[in-house]
Design a binder for this molecule. Structure first.
Ligand SMILES: NC(=[NH2+])NCCC[C@H](N)C(=O)O
Length: 396
């Protein structure tokens, strides 16, 4: 019997879901990288080496590493999962009926392994010899019939475990919406997750896992900005408080900018009472405290985030470690995901090695840092936290 339960950001990590980047990254070109949300064209082989080293660093600390494609392939052995996966992949209105029929036939002929591959790597125009239909002929030769999912690397965003339930999220960016359909299929059909009852779904208001921070058991901070909408926070609050998974949700407005696309780009936890945070926002960030009273959501605030969080967590104060040192270094290291640490246990975290000043600050504050290289992985603008979806952690 496999367990899944996550009640904090820092309890000892037991099981994590990763996605080893593959053929979908080879689809990135200067023409499509903006749309697919990458800032540069990664060297794929090196990105895979970096990712393998990340996974190995976790395994060395006793963490069980699961991979999206392996789970997906297993799930696709089930007829219901196959049907759903194919239906989701061809619903795109760009296809039109005739081409849709051809793509459907093509996908139906694939075995679970190749189907999983294709759903992630996408299907290029030239790979489908669809002959003379109008849409196929008019389509740009360099276009995709099924879009690739390079963003799948950031498994944090498309699902987030809250207690023993999973929030399958509703991704805001068109390029990433299909990711949650795939993880949704895994949780719905893979025997390992039998009986799991999702607490959120991709059909609901926009919500991305990178915005969801489990401050302590019962208290969740949710960023709202470029990705998660205020309506998404409201919906999540209702769902998780209603289900008894939390008593308080803090809605935290963040700037609607790429550099701060998720709350975890400016703040992550490294201990039960300590965060690493980007100095320019540390004292300006605010929070609305949301609780539930007899079916009604009560909203208090806004107040300074650090105060609201400490109160909800019943702490005297939340300790803050600064990103970088001087403002320029801090800005550089924030951009390079210096704040985006993954805690493996209290006071032990994984971070990109390149963020020298921030890592030094962490160590000076007694946090042990496991450094990984991420020159290629980082081209997608995400660090160790974005690249991992914890499925089981010990109580903090
Ligand atoms: N949790 C995170 N910060 N995820 C980073 C996701 C990066 C990805 N390229 C995007 O723009 O969506």
């Amino acid at each position: 019997m496999h367990e899944h339960r996550v009640t904090s950001e820092v309890g000892r990590l037991r099981t994590v879901l990763l996605h080893r980047p593959g053929a979908e990254l080879k689809r990135l070109t200067p023409r499509n990288s903006d749309k697919l949300l990458f800032d540069a064209i990664p060297w794929v082989g090196r990105a895979q080496e970096e990712h393998d080293a990340f996974a190995e660093a976790l395994r060395e600390r006793g963490v069980e590493v699961l991979y999206v494609t392996e789970l997906l392939q297993d799930a696709l052995e089930y007829e219901g999962a196959r049907e759903q996966a194919i239906a989701d992949a061809i619903v795109d209105l760009r296809l039109g009926d005739q081409l849709r029929g051809v793509v459907e036939g093509y996908l139906r002929d694939l075995d679970p392994e190749d189907l999983a591959q294709t759903l992630v790597a996408g299907l290029a125009h030239e790979e489908l010899k669809a002959g003379h239909g109008l849409v196929y002929r008019l389509m740009d030769r360099l276009d995709f019939i099924v879009d690739p999912l390079p963003g799948l690397l950031f498994t944090r965003d498309n699902s987030a475990w809250i207690g023993d339930r999973v929030a399958v999220t509703s991704l805001a960016m068109e390029a990433r919406r299909r990711e949650a359909q795939l993880t949704g299929l895994i949780y719905a059909h893979h025997p390992r997750f039998a009986g799991v009852d999702p607490v959120y779904s991709p059909a609901l208001e926009h919500l991305e896992g990178g915005d969801v921070l489990l401050l302590c058991p019962g208290v969740i901070a949710v960023g709202t900005g470029e990705r998660t909408t205020p309506a998404g926070v409201e919906r999540l609050a209702r769902q998780v408080i209603g289900a008894g998974l939390a008593h308080t949700v803090l809605a935290v407005p963040i700037a609607q900018e790429r550099a701060t696309m998720h709350l975890d780009t400016v703040c992550t936890m490294v201990d039960v009472d300590t965060v690493v945070m980007y100095p320019p926002v540390a004292h300006s960030l605010t929070a609305y405290t949301v609780t539930l009273d007899g079916g009604e959501l009560l909203v208090a605030g806004p107040r300074p985030f650090l105060e609201a969080a400490a109160d909800a967590m019943a702490l005297d104060r939340l300790k803050v470690i600064d990103t970088g040192l001087d403002p320029v270094t801090a800005e550089r290291e924030q951009w390079d995901d210096g704040n985006n640490t993954l805690a493996v246990a209290p006071r032990l975290c994984v971070a990109y090695e390149r963020n020298i000043e921030t890592n030094a600050q962490l160590e000076a504050s007694g946090i042990e840092v496991i450094r990984i290289s991420g020159s290629e992985l980082g081209t997608g603008r995400g660090g160790p936290r974005c690249m991992s979806c914890p499925i089981l952690r010990d109580a903090p």
